[in-house]
Design a protein around this ligand. Sequence first.
Ligand code: NAP
Length: 524
Amino acid sequence: MTLTGNLLIGRQSIRGTNGSLHGIDAATGATLEPAFGGATPAQLDQACALAWQAFDTYREISPERRADFLEAIAANILALGDALVDRCVAESGLPRGRIEGERGRTVGQLRLFAGMLRQGDFLELRVDPAQPERQPLPRPDLRLRHIPLGPVAVFGASNFPLAFSVAGGDTASALAAGCPVVVKAHSAHPGTSELVGRAVQQAVAELDLPEGTFSLLFDAGREVGQSLVADPRIRAVGFTGSRAGGTALMAIAAARPAPIPVFAEMSSINPVLLFPNALANRAEAIGAAFAGSLTLGAGQFCTNPGLVLAVESEGLERFLEAAASSLARIGAQSMLTPGILHAYCGGVDALAQHPQVRTVARGQAGNTLQGQAALFSTSAEAFLADAALRHEVFGAASLVVRCRDVAQMRQVTEALEGQLTAALHLDAADHDAARTLLPSLERLAGRILVNGFGTGVEVGHAMVHGGPWPSTSDGRTTSVGSLAIARFVRPVSYQDLPDDLLPAALRAESALRHTWRVDGKASR
Ligand code: NAP
C-alpha cells in the first residue's frame, strides 16, 4: 500500500493543509517520505461532526457486529504484511522481532475485545424486579446497563507504535464499548499510523458502519491535539506519553464548559524490591535478569525497572557486580525519537552529576542516535531528601537505593509517587518481610509481581496496567486487558420502562442470552 500522507476523515482520504510533518528513520536520522499534512480547524471539525453523527447508530449496533468489526480490523492489519513491519521498524528503531511480536499483541487485543463483546457480560446488566406489594412503599422495576460515553480522542504512544497507537488498546476498547474514535497520530510514526488507519477505515466500509466511526488526523504542531480535546463532541480521551503532555491535555479537558475524563498513562519508575534471602541465594541471576529487563527496547517501556531498593549486604554487592558486567556487554540502542534521546541523556547526566549518586555501570557507547544504558546507586537518606531522584528517566537507566533494613525499604516505598508496577524478588524465607510491605505496595501500584520484572504486560482479563497518580490520571482502571473497556462506558438506570421501550439487552426475552445480576445475585 502506497502512503499518501493524507488525513483519514470518515470514508475520505484528504490532504491536510495545516503545515506538514515527516517520519524520521530512528536508526539513521534520515527523513522518510511522504510528507503528512496537518489537519485544518475545518478538517478537525468535520472529523468530530462525523464521529458525533455516527455515535447513536454505532453504539446500538449489536455486540456481535462490533465484534466482527474488531476482527476485520485485526485481519486487515495482518494483511498489510511486511509493508507495515518495515515502516514501523524504520520509524521506531525497534527490532523487527519486537515489532512482529507487537503486531501479534495488537491483533490479539482486538480479538480479546471481540470475544468479550460476544459474551455480552461487559454490559453488566442488573435488574431489581418490581415489588408492587412491598410495604410501606412498592418497589419500582429498575434495570441498568452501561452505555458508551461518546466519541473518544486517542493519542497513541511513541513506544508502542502498534499496540498503543492507532488500533491499539485505547482504540480497541473504545470501539468495543461503542464509542467512535478520532485518533491524533503520534508524530514519531506517521507512516505506521496511516497504514493502520487505512486498515481500520477499510473495516468500517466492509462492515457498512457509520462513516464517522473512525478518523485519523495528523498534527504538524500541538494545535490539532489540543482542539480535539476541547471539542464539545469528544467525550473522553485516551493518552499514553509524558507527564507534561498528559497534564496539558487534562487541563484542557477540565477547562471545557463540560469537562471530560482523560485516561492518561504517564510516568512510572516501577520499583524493584530485592529481599535479603533472595539476594544471598541468587544475586548473580537476579542481576543478569535485571540488566536484560532494563535494556529491553532501549529501556523505553512504561514498566521499565527505573528504581531498585535493597538492604545493604554482601548479596547486594554481588547483584551490582552481576548487573554491571551484563550491562557492559549490552550495546547502545536507537531511541524512538531525537527528543526522547535528548530527555534521556539529560536525565542520565543529572544523575551522574548528583553529589549523592554513584555511577555503578554504563552500557556500551553508541552513535548519536543511540541511548547508552546506565546504572546508579545512592543511599536511602539521599533518595528521601531529594525528590528529583524520584523522577522518571525514560530509557535504560536505573537507580539502586541502598537501605539499612526492610523497615527503611518501606519508608522509601512510602515516599514514592504512584506506580504501574512493583516487583519483589524473594525466597520463602523473605515472605514474612514481604508481607509487612504488601499493604504499602497495594497503595502504591497497579500490579505487584514476584520474581520477575514489570516489562512484558500480559493482555488478559485479570491484568491491570494502571495505578495511582502520576502513573495514570485515574488509578481505578487499566489501559491493558479487557477491563479497559470500563473507561469508556457509564451506567444508565431505566425505571418502570415498558418492555418495548427498553433497550434490547434489558427486555424480558434477553434474560436467556445475557448474564443479569438479579436483585444483586448473578442470574447464571
Ligand atoms: P509526549 O510528548 O507526551 O507525546 C504523546 C502524544 O501527545 C503525542 O501525540 C504528542 O504530540 C501529544 N502531546 C504531547 N504534549 C502535548 C500538548 N501539550 N498538547 C497537545 N498534544 C500534546 O510523549 P512521547 O513523545 O511519546 O515521549 C516523550 C516522553 O514521554 C518520553 O521522554 C518519556 O518521558 C515519556 N513517555 C512515557 C511513557 C510511559 O508509558 N510512561 C511512554 C512514552 C513516553 P506530538 O506527536 O506532536 O509530539
